[in-house]
Design a protein around this ligand. Structure first.
Ligand code: HEM
Length: 393
């Protein structure tokens, strides 16, 4: 297997990770990524196969789990109950409870709310150049996930701060300071969720939180710790990637001078799929092998890790014609932006709906929207999202 060097915090890579993926691609579907010390899958076929392969999973094999440093206790106490970090049977139980609230009917019922919120946010756009991320891309998904779950929308800004501090733990630039902030945010966030749940027990409603509280009170389906973690996971996952998808999407659409037809009701789903394929907000997830297995000529032993490069898979020339070009007329083909297999994104229908509503309204209301400076991606790999998106409307 070819060994490749690429620092994930290198400024050129942060701005354009696709150049590294294309450099690696001729060496086969699996290359050794030296900085991560593990093989990395580049092709759409292999990434999808690994997502579905039950000989691999997210949970570290029990006998290989390393004790974490004590200062990270609050963070890992939450992670220990996260469906994203678990495999069946716990994963199945937690996921099925959540899926009840993510039915097509319940998601579609958010349509009018999303619509109204987009207009309210645009009404408040300042004159002159402004950053579209805090003005539009961030507040929309944050408010919608709070509303869907039944958390107060007024906590939106605080939620962004806690969430950003917690997800920084997954970034390549992790330091002790980042770890301390993540631990602090985990404690505060969990305390808030616990006390809010206590208040809500007395006032049931028709939201997901009420359903989850009922499952917890039922005793066998959900422990209190699982309830708290599930709320935090949904609040965090429910906006982080959508914010970046909206940001990357607007940037790409503006840079390609996308014609207005791309936002028509019969075209917008294609446009959104192309945005998610072309510049997805999450570029890498890892899996552990659970048994000895040979993949693309490489022998994995139990516990070995593999990186699944979603951003590379989405530009695979074997999967897409002219894979490096942004083409909103492309017939949608499966891409890896939402993952695959058991952990396939629970929020994909919600994220798609938000993008399909927010983009047409933005370009219809602001036909002169243009970039006020060249957008820069933030140093957040494996996240791939903009630092800021300065525009004039
Ligand atoms: C464009 C926006 C989004 C993208 C690109 C995205 C992407 C992903 C990906 C790639 C995974 C799988 C990770 C893995 O297999 O290791 C995932 C899982 C997940 N996502 Fe999303 N996501 C988005 C929005 C959302 C939203 C709006 C929610 C709302 C609740 C959400 C909730 C979740 C949850 C709970 C999981 C864990 C599922 C499991 O472990 O079974 N995501 N997402």
């Amino acid at each position: 297997m070819k060994s490749m060097r690429q620092s994930p915090t290198d400024p050129a890579f942060v701005q354009n990770p696709y150049a590294f993926y294309e450099e690696a691609r001729p060496h086969g579907p699996l290359v050794w990524w030296k900085e991560y010390g593990m093989p990395a899958a580049l092709s759409q076929d292999l990434v999808q196969a690994l997502f579905k392969d039950r000989r691999f999973g997210r949970e570290v094999p029990a006998e290989l789990a390393q004790p974490h440093a004590a200062h990270l206790d609050p963070f890992y106490t939450i992670e220990a109950h996260s469906m994203l970090e678990l495999e069946p049977p716990r994963h199945t139980r937690l996921r099925s409870l959540v899926l009840r609230a993510f039915t097509t009917r319940q998601i579609q019922a958010m349509r009018d709310d999303i619509h109204a919120l987009c207009h309210d946010l645009i009404d408040a756009f300042p004159k002159g150049p402004f950053d579209l991320i805090p003005a539009y891309a961030a507040p929309l998904p944050v408010a919608i996930i709070c509303r869907l779950l039944g958390f107060p929308e007024a906590m939106g800004e605080q939620l962004l701060l806690w969430s950003n501090d917690m997800v920084a733990m997954y970034q390549a630039r992790r330091t002790r300071e980042i770890e301390d902030r993540a631990a602090q945010a985990s404690t505060e966030f969990a305390d808030f969720v616990r006390s809010y749940i206590d208040q809500r027990r007395a006032n049931p409603s028709d939201d997901l939180l009420t359903q989850l509280i009922a499952a917890e009170e039922d005793g066998e389906k959900l422990s209190t710790d699982e309830l708290v973690t599930t709320c935090i996971l949904l609040l965090n996952a429910g906006h982080e990637a959508t914010v970046h998808s909206l940001g990357n999407g607007v940037k790409t659409l503006l840079e390609h001078q996308t014609p207005i037809e791309a936002y028509a009701p019969d075209r917008i789903d294609r446009t959104v799929e192309e945005i998610l394929r072309y510049d997805p907000p999450l570029h890498m997830f890892t899996r552990h092998a659970y048994e000895p297995v040979e993949i693309a000529g490489h022998q994995f032993k139990r516990g070995d890790q593999v990186a699944l490069l979603l951003g590379a898979a989405n530009r695979d020339p074997l999967a897409y014609e002219d894979a490096q070009s942004f083409d909103t007329t492309r017939a949608p083909l499966k891409n890896a932006a939402f993952g695959g297999g058991l952990h396939f994104c629970v929020g994909a229908p919600l994220a798609r709906l938000e993008l399909q509503i927010a983009l047409p309204i933005l370009f219809e209301r602001c036909p002169n929207l243009s970039l006020a400076e060249a957008p820069q991606y933030a140093n957040l790999y494996h996240f791939h999202g903009l630092d800021r998106l300065l525009v004039t409307s």
